[in-house]
Design a protein. Sequence first.
Length: 406
Amino acid sequence: MQTFRTATEAALALRPDVPVYCFRPQVLMADARAFMDAFPGETAYAVKTNGEPMVLETLSKAGVTMFDVASPGEFAAVRAVAPKAGMLYMHPIKAQSDIRLALETYGIRVLSLDHEDEVAKILRIVRALDLDPATVTLFVRLQTKGQAAYELSKKFGAAPAHAVELLQRCHRIGFKVGICFHVGSQIEDPETYERALASADWVRNRADVPLAGLDVGGGFPAEYGHDPRRKKPQMPGLGQIMSRLRSDLTEWGFSDVPLVAEPGRVVVARAFSLIVRVLLRKGRRLYINDGIWASLSDSWTGKITLPARFIPDPARTTRNGDPNTVGAFRVCGATCDSVDILSRPFWLPETVDTGDWIEIGHIGAYSLSLRTRFNGFYPDTFVEVTTPFDEGGDVQGFASLETMAD
Ligand SMILES: *Cc1c(COP(=O)(O)O)cnc(C)c1O
């Protein structure tokens, strides 16, 4: 992988026509360590956020020894780069064959569930493999209500009374038991964890079984950009959220229970930016070489605001517009699909034109892990960049919050 000081230097040297991911291993290590230092338990990185080998390897080097996995592909990806790392199989609804693979081939001993039929599936395989249930920890996934940009509790999780039954059932069989929840991604309300902890406390008291662990999931917010026309949102930083979480854990009496967190976004978001090229400017529209079916599906949902940096092509000698005025441009993706248009405009200098590049920052989470081969486009070019995005020169534009009318 070629190394550059900044993405701007990479763009000007390579003049890329394809999207280029700028990987910042030092940023990834620093963000992983910051999380591990602040969280009073084990950190299990959620592989689905970005499962690239370079990411898993760097995390392993940074001292991450646990990974939250959900599929055979993720088991293999972790094992390939971190053979000694522990894996938590935290998908509540699993294929029978995948449970067997996890227990038999990968030696995974921590699984989650939210229904009694899943207990039966796991038990059948535990018996078939002649394993002692006491060597297996089953986390009962608790339904949570909260505010996050991506609400996931609608899909998984047992209601509190059901969770009590599940804990007792697993305990009676002889499994170790724990409680887990996942409040959704990019929480928007710092009270979210406390509400989940209150619910976990209710469940623990009624279940009255020894608790082998509490897993607070992911959801920790990453820093993104903000709409230049609006006030900066008053979301507390990770430090504040963590100190709040630590005091909530104490207050609800969970400080003596082994704790796990499954951060994804907050660990990996800042570790990548993406250089895209403007293939054509048509009025207020920019047609770029990436889009919702590649790296930008997370921003397409319109829930996050990505910071962006303008990289003008020095080969263009004439430009129209005032370079000091920033305006909103609608961004159309690379595929022929008519929905491949970002829901938020990019704010860029009025002079932006065909052939220019845009560096989109903080795009390490749910970007390359979600890219598809749709229409034959598959961005897969990487460079290493040594300067953090925020220090790589002025951020001139933002992929903003407002939906734009054509
Ligand atoms: C996706 C996921 C995570 C990671 O969530 P982030 O918001 O990226 O931190 C953690 N746990 C589970 C169970 C998940 O599904």
